[in-house]
Design a protein around this ligand. Structure first.
Ligand code: BTN
Length: 231
């Protein structure tokens, strides 16, 4: 895909700005005044980090699966940092959150916003541990790599469906086969993360032996190593 890129110094949110543009557009800003995350959370958006939104097509009921595609793309473009993914698409560096991805549907378009801590990690009032690349790479270089890899992965998804993206996700996915907890709106479930299903859900084997398919929720790792890192 040939992207058309719109650069801004400051916007409220690149995802909001992106609503104005057609499929194939990218909105990049140096700073956001109302950057937002999943579940209505704030995304701290000071100058220095990357704030970018891709406008792509929707794919009917398969649209939510693109969440995995963008998470995979971030890991693929930064092979030098050994990144991992926390279901569905939080990008982790040494257990801290390096990048977050917010998918929003608007008319017939999907807007995929990526916030990536290229220079600094916000630390104040954070619900989780954060990480940054400490400026070891430029925003421009990350953007250039992402444009190509997102485009390649979109082609793959259009041609072959979710399976090859799912396989790539499994290479970066953290905690598969281990004990995890998933915080749902009204309850927290614990069990073994058995697999990522072809629909992008977590198959969770509960401690009482039954299985639950998880399609929304926040994952926490129960293993000691990650707990230490996630503190
Ligand atoms: C999350 O992990 O909660 C998702 C964070 C997504 C942040 C990005 S920054 C660019 C785009 N614009 C926004 O307002 N949010 C996304």
């Amino acid at each position: 895909m040939k992207w058309k890129t719109y650069f801004f110094d400051t916007v409220d949110s690149t995802n909001t700005q992106a609503r104005l543009y057609d499929v194939g557009s990218i909105v990049v800003a140096k700073k956001q005044t109302s950057g937002r995350g999943r579940y209505g959370r704030i995304w701290h958006s000071d100058i220095g980090n990357l704030y970018i939104s891709f406008v792509v097509s929707q794919f009917g009921i398969q649209t939510p699966l693109l969440a995995f595609l963008f998470g995979v793309a971030v890991c693929e473009v930064l092979p030098e940092f050994s990144l991992r993914l926390k279901w569905p698409n939080d990008v982790l560096l040494n257990g801290g959150k390096l990048a977050g991805i917010l998918l929003e549907q608007e008319d017939n378009k999907l807007i995929a916003g990526i916030g990536l801590n290229v220079t600094t990690a916000p630390h104040e009032n954070m619900l989780y541990q954060t990480a940054s690349l400490n400026g070891q790479i430029t925003n421009e270089e990350v953007l250039k790599r992402l444009m190509k890899t997102v485009s390649d992965n979109m082609d793959l998804f259009i041609e072959k469906g979710f399976e090859p993206i799912r396989e790539k996700w499994l290479k970066y996915g953290y905690g598969i086969g281990t004990q995890i907890s998933v915080k749902l709106p009204n309850e927290t479930l614990s069990g073994i993360f058995e697999e990522l299903t072809p629909q992008g859900a977590i198959s969770l084997k509960l401690n009482n032996g039954t299985r639950r398919l998880i399609t929304v929720g926040d994952v926490f790792f129960d293993n000691k190593e990650m707990k230490e890192e996630n503190k």
